[in-house]
Design a protein around this ligand. Structure first.
Ligand code: PLP
Length: 376
């Protein structure tokens, strides 16, 4: 069988959630963000490992229903929040029926909510009201956020005021303080007439950089998966473990002569006799074609792991690596990202971030779940 494999480490997910919980006050709840199929990890793999979270956040209704299915299989219930809210009145009715929490960020969603009220004791009866404090993506502006909160509260809703940082990964960026001040000001103004109003400000980066501003709910995404949330520290330095290993195998080995060139475009040329290996993974699996200076980790016949450079261009199904002078055979295991190299190293070789590499994996690789040890 061709070997291109995504392995999900449930223990690492559970560990990373605990790292986040250790950063937050016991009164702060953690919404585990599992949108985009749990950042490419698969909700079926991620949700069971994250059951210590207080709820799950998704982007849309189909994702919420997928999480609900996994929870049903586990015979458990947990709040599920649609972080962009519903896209139609029909979806709003489904949200009521399924008791999903919903963001309201614009007037059509507000009108649907005023048209049909969920039961008073339901989770759905609490609206995640989105305030645009400076990112200019979603939410009501400063001049009408209080008015929108009033309308909802007068209609019988509870409110969680929420906003999203634009630059939380860079603690020094001046926009952070602007967003924090706007948010705290509006939250206080709403609490003046509705004291049970809650707040939710921080994503992963905010959790680490703005510990004084966690409020009632934090929304943790990338840190759960073990990629770096903030600029000044690596994921490892923050105690986060990679939740995914992407691996393949050496599928062929060649002895090159001086002057031979490798791969599409003949971009790399041997200046002496060389041994190279062909790795059974490519951009058709989601490994980025645009990497420059990336390496992979290959285990030799003695079990020693070597860092080996990619030679030439990554193709759809394969690429070549430098294994000159190493005791590496066909079938040798190759790690593309995991403990080493770390996904954040490969992301920087590809001019992107760990988030994108996780999410752009395709359906082709084999998938394997390394189960929670507490369930073993
Ligand atoms: C995705 C998302 C998060 C999580 O962000 P991370 O940077 O992955 O922690 C938090 N809040 C909102 C609104 C999101 O869309």
């Amino acid at each position: 069988m061709r070997s291109a494999t995504i392995t999900i480490h449930q223990d690492a997910l559970a560990h990373n959630l605990q790292v986040i919980k250790d950063k937050t006050q016991p009164t702060t709840k953690v919404l585990a963000m599992v949108k985009a199929d749990a950042y490419g990890h698969g909700v079926a793999a991620a949700v069971p490992a994250l059951m210590d979270a207080d709820g799950f956040g998704v982007a849309c209704m189909s994702e919420a229903l997928a999480v609900q299915d996994v929870l049903a299989q586990l015979k458990r219930t947990k709040p599920v929040v649609l972080i962009e809210g519903v896209f139609s009145y029909d979806e709003w009715l489904t949200a009521i029926e399924q008791d999903f929490g919903c963001v309201i960020h614009q007037d059509n969603q507000l009108e649907w909510a005023l048209q049909s009220l969920p039961n008073a004791d339901s989770f759905c009866r609490t609206i995640w009201l989105k305030y645009n404090t400076g990112m200019c993506r979603l939410g009501f502006d400063t001049n009408n956020i209080i008015q929108k909160a009033k309308q909802l509260i007068q209609a019988g809703y509870r409110v969680i005021l929420t906003t999203h940082f634009a630059c939380a990964d860079d603690a020094q960026h001046p926009l952070n303080q602007v967003q924090i001040e706007r948010f705290n000001h509006a939250l206080q103004a709403i609490q003046a007439f509705a004291p049970d109003t809650q707040g939710s400000l921080c994503n992963s980066a905010g959790i680490f950089n703005f510990t004084a501003h966690h409020h009632h709910w934090v929304r943790a995404g990338i840190a759960l998966y073990g990629s770096k949330p903030i600029a000044q520290h690596s994921a490892t330095a923050l105690g986060l473990l990679p939740a995914m290993t992407l691996s393949a195998k050496i599928m062929a080995i060649h002895q090159l002569h001086a002057g031979d060139s490798v791969g599409y475009g003949a971009l790399w040329q041997a200046d002496k006799p060389y041994q190279i290996g062909v790795v059974s993974i490519g951009y058709g699996d989601g490994y980025p074609r645009v990497v420059t200076g990336a390496s992979v980790a290959i285990t030799d016949t003695d079990g020693v792991v070597h860092s080996c450079a990619i030679l030439g261009r990554v193709a759809m199904d394969m690429f070549m690596v430098d294994i000159d002078g190493l005791a590496i055979e066909v079938g040798a295991p190759v790690v593309l990202w995991g403990d080493t190299p770390h996904i954040d190293e490969i992301a920087s070789c590809a001019g992107t971030i760990g988030y994108e590499l996780m999410c752009r994996l395709t359906q082709r690789p084999n998938r394997h779940i390394e189960m929670l040890s507490s369930n073993a």
